[in-house]
Design a protein around this ligand. Structure first.
Ligand SMILES: [Zn+2]
Length: 305
């Protein structure tokens, strides 16, 4: 049996429907060495983010994947507080973002120590939250993966092999994704347990095919920031190319930003339900394909034994 590991415990496919594969409840894009990094009052976060979660619950969304990882303000305790206040499960990652968002303890840790930390969060719990990490989130630079980012990726590969967890990476250039897949395969890992996040930003569609051809998931996100018509066109192209069974779609929106007064103004997670899915239906995408894209694919990508 495969489960989605969430703030509210492990859930089976039968217990879930639509899952948003890439969103943020809380992010801090200041680097971890800056004053005030990732700090916020729980009540202030709840006041801003509970209505955002209630809005997607009302539209039938059953879970959301938090993509804020180490180095960009992961606050698993705040994700848990939002979950409890809304009775809505959130899937939280272990791992760490790219340079320069790498705290000193990660920079100084050995590859094995990073692997063991990730496995402990995936198999036991994140910090003292009482819930397990659902997956591994990392990133690589646009000009190519750095030695430190490669160490984090190798550690993640071994943690993924030990737990069945998927690795997702914020990687803008498809050529860098291909390098990441080489590293994973050289370590004995599987491209099938890798998500190429922000693949829509790679202009060469041949690379979308090539990444999927190696077995990895591709993700088209920024729905709502990218015009919905443009996203729909790219999704149809992927479906025509036969890679719809490896496609994830989400907003990459939200969120409470502790660098802004009262967390700033969140962007709603509702564009997929209110605009994109109706447009895909009008363009002839079947109900079964919609279920595949928004229910079955995200469960398959993020679930594990
Ligand atoms: Zn994101």
């Amino acid at each position: 049996m495969k489960y989605l590991y969430t703030t509210l415990g492990k859930l089976t496919a039968d217990q879930l429907g639509m899952i948003l594969a890439h969103e943020h409840v809380f992010v801090d894009l200041r680097t971890p060495d800056q004053a005030g990094y990732a700090e916020a009052e729980t009540d202030s976060v709840l006041a801003l983010m509970v209505p955002q979660i209630e809005a997607i619950k009302a539209l039938g969304v059953t879970a959301l994947v938090e993509c804020s990882t180490g180095g960009v303000g992961r606050r698993a305790d705040l994700d848990l507080a939002v979950s409890r206040a809304t009775n809505f499960p959130i899937v939280v990652p272990t791992g760490n973002y790219r340079e320069p968002w790498i705290p000193d303890w990660v920079r100084n840790a050995s590859q094995d120590a990073l692997r063991d930390w990730m496995i402990a969060e995936l198999d036991d719990q994140i910090e003292d939250t009482g819930f397990r990490a659902g997956w591994i989130k990392l990133s690589a630079g646009d000009e190519g993966i750095t030695p430190l980012e490669a160490t984090i990726l190798r550690a993640a590969t071994h943690a993924a092999m030990a737990t069945g967890a998927v690795i997702g990476s914020h990687t803008i250039r498809g050529s860098v994704v291909m390098d990441q897949l080489d590293i994973i395969e050289a370590e004995g890992g599987s491209a099938r347990r890798f998500i190429s996040i922000h693949t829509h930003a790679e202009p060469d569609f041949g690379l979308h095919r090539a990444i999927a051809g190696r077995g990895a998931w591709i993700e088209y996100d920024n729905i709502g920031a990218v015009p919905v018509q443009e996203s729909a066109k790219l999704i149809l192209k992927a479906l025509d190319a036969g890679i719809g069974s490896q496609l994830l779609i989400s907003h990459d929106r939200g969120w409470y930003d502790p660098a802004l007064p009262d967390g700033g103004e969140p962007k709603p997670y509702t564009v997929v339900n209110l605009e994109l899915i109706p447009l895909l239906s009008r363009l002839g995408v079947s109900e079964d394909t919609i279920i595949q894209l928004f229910h079955r694919n995200p469960f398959a990508a993020f679930s594990r034994p």
